[in-house]
Design a protein around this ligand. Sequence first.
Ligand code: 3HC
Ligand code: NAI
Length: 701
Amino acid sequence: MSNVVSYEVVDKIGVITVDSPPVNALSQAVREGILNAVTTAQNDDSEAVVLLCAGRTFIAGADITEFGKPPLSPSLPEVIAAIESSNKLVVAAIHGTALGGGLETALACHYRCAVPSAKVGLPEVKLGILPGAGGTQRVPRIAGVKAALDMITAGNPVPAAAASDMGLIDEVLSGDDLKSAALTYAKDLVESGALLKRIRDISIDPASVEPGFFEQYRKKLARRARGQIAPDAIVTCVEAAVNKPIDEGLAVEREEFTKLISSPESKAMRHAFFAEREAAKIKGLPKDTPLRDINEVAIIGGGTMGGGIAMCFANVGIPVKLLEISDEALERGLGIIRKNYSITVKKGRMSEADMAKRLELISGTTSYDDLSSVDLVIEAVFENPDIKLEVFGKLDSVCKPGAILATNTSYQDVNLIAEATKRPQDVVGMHFFSPANVMKLLEVVRGDKTADDVLATVMKLGKKIGKVCALSRVCYGFIGNRMLQGYGRQAHRLLLDGATPAQVDAVAEKFGMAMGPLAVGDLAGLDVGYKARQARTDIKHDPRNHCVATALVEMDRLGQKSGAGYYKYDPETRARQSDPEVEALIKQKAAELGVEQREISDEEILDRLFFPLINEGARILEEGIAQRPGDIDIVYLYGYGFPVAKGGPMFYADQVGLQRVYDRICEFRDTLDADSWQPAPLLEKLAKEGKTFADWAQENA
Ligand code: 3HC
Ligand code: NAI
């Protein structure tokens, strides 16, 4: 039939098999193949048709690489119409994940069966678009309006059993052999005289939806979706599914889909999708680099980070030993883990039995001798170089040959740590973000001597524990924290120059950051930066970059934990409130340092906060600390709450235009502070050549 879709008749059942690795996406060839097969089946001696896929999954959606290119015939809606209007029963047989256009294709079939491990979902919202092939019209018709909205606006996959409860799946199959189970199901349907069930024939009674429901839903979404436009458009489409005949509803969906697909937001989110997958690949490392087995892990230090890291491994069934300095510290660490799990159980997101299973996988010790069998150790002790070197010396003496020795340090030199052992090739950085069991980012830090198989193993393991990995070479703060310094410094300098904390944070939050920089400071604790500055006696700190923060700490205003920092916090709700005392303090500090205060525009705040990230990102690229601009974007999207609808700092820079970024940085250098605003040579070069970071990535692939 075609080399990606085949058709055969087995026992009077036509079987369409899509075989287009890696994920059977609906490329032009797949669409054409399915259409031809359905057309053939109309006139042969088959009594029903089964649509299934070879390989690891059912159709995982439209082919995202075709987006933004001229449309190729046949379109997905044409294929879907042909399936739905077939004069013979068509049954979708699902394994793996039926996502996006894949689920929409299945919904055009008259029946859907799935293996128990299958999942179905409409993740389009995560790409800044909406289901464009009937998903917004068919899901509410079978699952109900509220369930459809929840599913489509969240974009998360639903397991087969839950999908069956929602009516999306008609039959959960037993056994592992998808094809034979699906054939049996199709034959049973034929024998029982099952009707051609077309979802398009179902209509929703508008009176079944409470007055004001959609308005309420939109309000709720606006709070959650942080400036994204797709969720609201999804509501428009589902509303049309209720109030209009299906063909009109489909037309509304098409119109909204077409608008979204060319939006800057969707472009940014598609960039993030591919950048995430690219970041997992290490340049120069063959795909078949052998991996080390990781069956048992140890964590050194059960504090804020160690406990969360231990949970990451227990969550995927890997036994973990937690080593602490004393029985008391160990009990405290294990206690926090127990508490974290019980909160999840209380919220109904985990069963008691699951919690017990995970806790059983975490054991505690205070003796290094217990670490002789582990395959990976992650050190998460105090951020003190002497303690870390001592810990690695001990690990070197007790761990078996080939064990991977990782450090979660935020700032220490991984090469120096590696030199504290006789096996620097086995030493690597695994920099988790707080809270480690929640945050998705894992910066993998490659020491000068880290072995290839160690890197490959850690990247793979990161994915297994649900992290998004990005590779960094060694430098102070690695990719993320190194870039953050300029951002934090400007937030502070803007205060001295005349902006208020509320104004600075509002601009960052309007841009889409999860939280503004000063509110983040209050959340993390202003004492953290204070101590870090004190520890860095090797550099001279400019008081203009930290004087307000330092004064706040000295006034015992440490942030949220002490009830006040840059803001005052309501003890009950933790809501932040501007504090005239802080505004007076800022004025006083500005006067002491001779800084003349002035009105600061939102545009200036925006550029002064985000352009330092881009400038430092350019240096990081040029120095080879990050492999690609997309990797830097991933670090910011998953580790620092950068808005996905902006695609990450480097993608954002390309949209703004590197010439503008460069010119503005030069302007700030000349008018504000020459030390902080030296343009990175790579930024200058690309701007002068009229190029983008994406061009650089292509040239340096
Ligand atoms: N189109 C094109 N390529 C795709 C793709 C898609 N829909 N989905 C995955 N790929 C590619 C990836 O880029 C990757 O390529 P690479 O090996 O060259 O890096 C490869 O397939 C494997 O992907 P993953 O590494 O993500 O594999 P996993 O096994 O971890 O995950 C998956 C598989 C769950 C299917 C995941 O790839 C995924 O979530 N894919 C996207 C699904 C999606 O968003 N579908 C909706 C598309 S939009 C749509 O359908 C519009 C419609 O409504 C009209
Ligand atoms: P923490 O102070 O909460 O915990 C450190 C733990 O290590 C304490 O429980 C302490 O008893 C234990 N410890 C100290 N010396 C030890 C030793 N010799 N042997 C065994 N245990 C020992 O510190 P936190 O925040 O968990 O940080 C740990 C590491 O993680 C640091 O290197 C830090 O830079 C890094 N990190 C911290 C992040 C954060 O947001 N807190 C984020 C990312 C990395």
